[in-house]
Design a protein around this ligand. Structure first.
Ligand SMILES: C[S@@+](CC[C@H](N)C(=O)[O-])C[C@H]1O[C@@H](n2cnc3c(N)ncnc32)[C@H](O)[C@@H]1O
Length: 318
C-alpha cells in the first residue's frame, strides 16, 4: 500500500514543523494525566508508529521508561537516523530502538507490544483504518492503543481575536469555503483526512477496541504584551522567524499542493487563482504590520482552540 503523503518530513521546513510545534504541544500535567489513564508502568514494550524524531518516546519516558523498550517506526530513514542518534539523551534506564517501515506493514510480530501509539500520523494516510488494524495486530491482548490526532477542520472554523485587522465576513467565508474544498480534495487524492481526530473513537470501536475514551489537548495559546511566559516568548520568536525566513521554493510547493487538492475537491482553476491573489495580497499587507507590532510590543492574539485529541482504546483480552 502506497503512502500518498509524498512529503519528506526530514526536509528542512517540514522537520522544523515537527520540532518547533512539539516544543509546547502538550502540557506536562496533561501528559501525566494521560500516563495514568493509559496505565503506563515500567517494563513495557512501547511502539510509536510514524515516530518522526521520537517525540512520544521521550515525552512519556519518565512515566514508563524504566526497564522498558521503546520502538519507533517510520518510513523516513533520515529522521530515524537522527532519532537514533539523540535517543541516548533521554532513554536512560531502558532501551530505544528505531525501525524503518510502513504503518501498513509494521516490521514487528503479532501481539508484541503493551502500548502502541501514533501522533499526527493517521491524518496523513490514505488508509488510516488499515494502519490502525496493523497497530492492533502488534498489540498484546489487554494492551492499549493511543492516537493523538487533530480535527484541523473544526479548528479552522474559529474566529480570531488579534491586533491585526480582521477579515471581513465575506473574506472569512471565502477562506472557509476554499479550506473545505481543499480538505475534501486532500482526502480524495489519498493525502489524508484533515479532520480525522473526531473520527478515531468510532474507528477504534469498529475495529473491536474496548473502553475507548478521549482527552482534549488543553494547552491554550494566547499572546499579549509584555510576552511574559516562555511559551509567549517562543511563539513570538517563531512568528517573527516564519515571516522573515520565508523560503520561496517551499511557498511555491505548498501552493502547488494546495492547488492540486483544491481542484480534486471540485474547485475551479479561476477560483483558486482568485483566492491565491487575495491571500498573497493580504500577507503582503499584514506581515510588515505584524513585524512592526512585534517590534514595538503591541501585537496580541487571543486564545485559539487546538481541537487536538488523545484517544485510547484497549485490545480485548482473549
Ligand atoms: C507529522 S509527522 C509526526 C511525527 C511524530 N509522530 C511527532 O509527533 O513528532 C508524521 C510522520 O509519519 C511518518 N509517516 C508518514 N506516512 C507514513 C507511513 N505510511 N508509514 C510510516 N511512517 C509514515 C513521516 O515520515 C513522519 O515522520
Amino acid at each position: 500500500m502506497e503512502n500518498k503523503d509524498r512529503r519528506d518530513w526530514s526536509e528542512k521546513d517540514l522537520k522544523k514543523h515537527i520540532v518547533d510545534q512539539r516544543k509546547y504541544l502538550w502540557r506536562e500535567s496533561t501528559i501525566e494525566r494521560i500516563a495514568s489513564w493509559l496505565n503506563l508502568s515500567s517494563g513495557m514494550t512501547a511502539v510509536d508508529v510514524g515516530c518522526g524524531l521520537g517525540y512520544l518516546g521521550w515525552t512519556f519516558w519518565r512515566h514508563y521508561g524504566r526497564g522498558s523498550t521503546y520502538i519507533g517506526v517510520d518510513c523516513s530513514i533520515k529522521l530515524l537516523r537522527e532519532a537514533q542518534e539523540t535517543s541516548p539523551d533521554w532513554s536512560g534506564g531502558g532501551s530505544a530502538f528505531f525501525a524503518n517501515g510502513s504503518s501498513y506493514n509494521l516490521p514487528l510480530p503479532d501481539e508484541c507490544a503493551d502500548w502502541v501509539m501514533c501522533q499526527t500520523l493517521l491524518m496523513h494516510l490514505e488508509f488510516p483504518v488499515d494502519a490502525m488494524n496493523e497497530m492492533i495486530r502488534i498489540t498484546k491482548p489487554g494492551g492499549v492503543i493511543m492516537c493523538m490526532e487533530p480535527d484541523n477542520i473544526s479548528a479552522s472554523l474559529g474566529t480570531s481575536y488579534s491586533s491585526i485587522p480582521s477579515f471581513s465576513i465575506r473574506e472569512k467565508l471565502l477562506h472557509l469555503k476554499v479550506l473545505l474544498i481543499w480538505a475534501e480534495g486532500r482526502k480524495k487524492l489519498g493525502r489524508g483526512d484533515w479532520g480525522i481526530g473526531k473520527k478515531v473513537p468510532k474507528m477504534m470501536a469498529d475495529l473491536g477496541l474496548m473502553n475507548i475514551d478521549a482527552l482534549y489537548n488543553d494547552s491554550s495559546r494566547f499572546t499579549h504584551p509584555p510576552y511574559e511566559t516562555d511559551v509567549q516568548k517562543y511563539d513570538i520568536e517563531k512568528m517573527r522567524e516564519s515571516i522573515m525566513e520565508k523560503n520561496e521554493d517551499t511557498k511555491k510547493l505548498l501552493w502547488k499542493e494546495y492547488k492540486e487538492c483544491f481542484l480534486a475537491g471540485g474547485g475551479s482553476l479561476s477560483s483558486f487563482y482568485r483566492y491565491k491573489r487575495f491571500a498573497e495580497t493580504r500577507s503582503d499587507q499584514l506581515e510588515p504590520l505584524i513585524l512592526e507590532q512585534l517590534e514595538n510590543k503591541t501585537y496580541y492574539g487571543g486564545i485559539g482552540g487546538s481541537h487536538f485529541f488523545c484517544i485510547r482504546g484497549f485490545k480485548p483480552e482473549k
